[in-house]
Design a protein around this ligand. Structure first.
Ligand code: SAH
Length: 344
């Protein structure tokens, strides 16, 4: 999965422009400007709660076309001191998308880094939308006595094919404990890169002020079943058909992410369904304010865009928001309920 997505010559992200109607998939910030604007206000609010540090690092993982960040910054301008204090850092693997982000966000002179470990010390606000689903997963299959890994090999005709590696008690330990006892044939996905990232954020926020907002499609609690899928021009295609030419992604196990944050010693909130999160942040009020200024056609587009993000049958429930904060802060906006218990 890592090679198919990131090979410097033949990888999907090295060669393709993934996003938008002409790309392979579409994301929330590309559907409605309200998404990034509300996240901008969420960040401004958290900045005030952590004592208005100046400077503050604002980081985004996988910024795509820079749309979320452009909308975020426009909304953040309503809190001028926050807008002045922020220093923008972007984590982006694709050089095609880096160029687009540099251009789109030129006014704030973003700096690029290779990962969260490379962010400077200090107060941090971090956002990531549809980043975790792009991190490489491993699939484990329950065998007769233990778990085995699903690997990619070649069939008799020399074509890529899934094969099962040897069963091993060590692989069983990688399966979430709640799923370990499931019957032979069960497939479970794990994402070591996502739990490593969650652990790194957890460690950072345990000792340094700030918050992260992770939004993605996925499930909570952990559950079995393969979710890895390949998309080309908005249509599902075979996983092994033509590696490097389709986007690969998998549902996020929010329980594994939350568990890694808690193990690192800081606070995690949610996940809450995206529809509920955006509604709690005032999506309808923002829609009304925007609608009052435009004609009927534009109003219809704003309306249908927001519906798509909030409607449970579309992106409202499958997509979820999870927040990580430094300890001792009250519930961040949109996460009114109790702190997450994480785990599985
Ligand atoms: N957040 C954007 C784009 C989501 S697509 C949006 O909501 O529209 C995933 C993004 O993550 C792309 O920008 C992609 O190039 C980037 N990406 C994927 N894997 C990455 C990795 N391992 N390191 C850095 N960036 C990565």
């Amino acid at each position: 999965m890592a090679m198919a997505l990131h090979d410097p010559r033949d990888g999907y992200y090295a060669r393709h422009h993934p996003l938008g109607r002409t790309g392979d998939f579409i994301t929330a910030p590309e559907v409605s400007q309200i998404f990034g604007e509300l996240i901008g206000l969420w960040c401004a609010d958290l900045w005030q709660r952590i004592g208005r540090p100046d400077p503050v690092i604002l980081a985004e993982l996988g910024p795509g076309r820079g749309t979320l960040m452009a909308d975020l910054l426009r909304a953040a301008a309503s809190v001028p001191a926050f807008r002045r204090a922020l220093r923008l850092y972007l984590v982006e693997a694709s050089s095609v998308l880096r160029a687009e982000q540099r251009h789109r966000l030129a006014a704030v002179e973003p700096l690029f880094v290779d990962g969260v470990e490379a962010l400077p010390q200090g107060p941090l606000l971090l956002v990531a939308n549809e980043f975790l689903d792009a991190l490489p997963i491993r699939q484990l299959a329950r065998g007769q006595s233990a778990w085995a890994e699903r690997l990619v090999g070649l069939d008799a005709q020399g074509r890529f094919a899934f094969v099962e590696g040897p069963e091993s008690p060590a692989l069983s330990l990688l399966v979430p404990t709640s799923l370990r006892g499931l019957p032979p044939g069960t497939i479970v996905e794990i994402c070591p890169a996502a739990t490593a990232l969650a652990g790194a954020l957890g460690e950072r926020f345990a000792s340094s002020p700030g918050a992260a907002l992770l939004i993605d499609y996925g499930y909570f609690p952990s559950r079995p079943g393969p979710t890895l899928s390949a998309l080309r021009y908005h249509e599902p295609v075979g996983l092994l058909d033509d590696p490097g030419t389709a986007d690969l992604s998998a549902h996020v196990d929010f329980a594994a992410v939350a568990g890694a944050v808690i193990a690192a010693g800081t606070a995690v909130w949610g996940p809450v369904p995206q529809g509920r999160f955006l509604a709690a942040l005032g999506a309808e009020t923002r829609l009304a304010a925007l609608s009052a200024r435009v004609g009927p056609e534009q109003r219809g587009l704003l309306e249908s865009g927001l519906r798509r993000l909030i409607d449970p049958a579309e992106m409202g429930t499958l997509f979820k928001a999870l927040a990580v904060t430094s300890p001792g802060l009250p519930a961040p906006a949109g996460f009114a309920e109790a702190e997450s218990s994480g785990g599985e």
